[in-house]
Write a protein of this length. Structure first.
Length: 326
C-alpha cells in the first residue's frame, strides 16, 4: 500500500503550469518504466482512461495499443468521439471493437440489476482479453486509476477490469494518474489538449446505459434512453446549465402507459428526467430546472423519441433515493 500513497509533498494540480510540469514528469516516468515495450489500455472514453491514454500517447506514441469496446450501452456519439479524438486527431494505435450484439444478446430477459452488472463486466473482460491475446510483445497494462479509487478499493479499479483479466497475461501495471483527484485529472486533460466534452464528462456508471434501461434491456427502450439523454444534454447546454448541474440523465423504466398519438391510442414507454447536485455522491439534492427549459425538453422528447408518450421528472433526493435507479 506504501507505493499507492500520495506523496505528502505533492502539490494540488490546479493550474496549467502545474499540469504541464506533471505531464513532463509522467512522460519521463512512463518512458523509464516501459522502454521500447508495448502497453495495452482499455479506453472507455471516460475522463480517467482518456487522460491516461493521452499521457501515454505523448510519452510512447504507437507503443500504446488502445482497445475501445463498444458494448452498445454508451451515450449517443461517444464511440464516434473516441475514434475521432484518438485515431484521427491524436494518431493513436486504436482498436475499435463492435461488440453491441454480443452484449445485448447476453442481456436478453435479465431483469436483476446486479446480474446485469455482472454480465456486462464479465463480457467486457472476455472481449478485452481476446483482443489482448491477439497482440504481440505487450508487457504492460495501462489503467486510469485515480487516487479516490485507491482510497476506496485498495488500488483495484473494477471497471477497468484489471482484477478480472486472465492471470496468464501477466501484465505489469502503468498508472500515470493514480495520485490525482478527479479535478486534477481534468486540469491535466485540458493541458493535454483533450476536448471539453471529454474532459468535463459527467459521472457515468460502469454498466453504462444498462442501468438506465430499468428492468430487462430491450433495444427499443435502450435507444429511447440514448436519444432522450442526448436531447436532455443538448438543451441543458443551450440553457447554460452544463457544468452547473453535477449530473443529469434520463431513465426509461420497464412499464408502459396509455397515450394518444395521431388521434389514436398508443401504449408506450415513459422517460424519466434526473438532475442532481452533489459534491461526493454520498448525498444529492434536486436541481430546480426552469419550467421553460423543462417544457422544451419534454416537447422534443415526445416529438423525436420513438415509442415514448410521457416525460416525468424525478424529484427524489439522496437519501432516500439513490442517484441512479439501478
Amino acid at each position: 500500500m506504501e507505493n499507492n500513497k500520495r506523496p505528502e509533498s505533492m502539490q494540488r494540480i490546479n493550474t496549467p503550469e502545474l499540469a504541464n510540469a506533471f505531464i513532463d514528469e509522467q512522460v519521463a516516468a512512463i518512458r523509464a518504466q516501459v522502454g521500447s515495450k508495448k502497453v495495452l489500455l482499455a479506453l472507455s472514453g471516460g475522463v480517467d482512461s482518456s487522460v491516461c491514454a493521452a499521457l501515454l500517447i505523448k510519452a510512447i506514441g504507437k507503443q500504446l495499443v488502445c482497445v475501445h469496446v463498444n458494448h452498445g450501452l454508451l451515450r449517443k456519439g461517444e464511440p464516434e468521439q473516441v475514434v475521432e479524438v484518438f485515431r484521427h486527431q491524436m494518431d493513436a494505435n486504436l482498436i475499435y471493437v463492435d461488440a453491441v450484439d454480443r452484449f445485448l444478446d447476453k442481456l436478453v430477459d435479465v431483469t436483476d440489476p446486479e446480474q446485469k452488472r455482472k454480465i456486462i463486466g464479465k463480457e467486457f473482460i472476455e472481449v478485452f482479453a481476446e483482443e489482448a491475446s491477439k497482440q504481440d510483445g505487450i508487457e504492460f497494462l495501462a489503467q486510469g486509476t485515480i487516487y479516490p479509487d485507491i482510497l476506496e478499493s485498495q488500488g483495484v479499479k473494477a471497471h477497468h477490469n484489471v482484477g478480472g483479466l486472465p492471470p496468464e497475461l501477466n501484465f505489469e501495471l502503468v498508472e500515470p494518474v493514480k495520485f490525482l483527484y478527479k479535478d486534477e485529472v481534468r486540469v491535466v486533460g485540458k493541458a493535454l489538449g483533450l476536448p471539453d466534452g471529454m474532459v468535463y464528462r459527467q459521472p457515468f456508471p460502469g454498466p453504462g446505459l444498462g442501468v438506465r434501461c430499468v428492468g430487462a434491456i430491450t433495444r427499443d427502450r435502450l435507444e429511447a434512453v440514448r436519444e432522450s439523454d442526448a436531447i436532455l444534454r443538448e438543451e441543458f447546454a443551450a440553457a447554460g446549465l452544463e457544468g452547473k448541474v453535477w449530473q443529469y440523465f434520463t431513465i426509461v423504466p420497464d412499464f408502459r402507459s396509455t397515450g394518444i398519438r395521431d388521434g389514436k391510442r398508443c401504449w408506450d414507454w415513459s422517460v424519466v428526467i434526473r438532475a442532481v447536485n452533489s459534491i461526493d455522491a454520498t448525498s444529492a439534492s434536486i436541481e430546480e430546472v426552469p419550467y421553460a427549459v423543462l417544457n422544451k425538453i419534454v416537447n422534443r422528447i415526445l416529438a423525436e423519441v420513438s415509442g415514448v408518450n410521457r416525460v416525468l421528472y424525478d424529484l427524489s433526493p439522496k437519501p432516500v433515493a439513490t442517484i441512479e435507479w439501478e
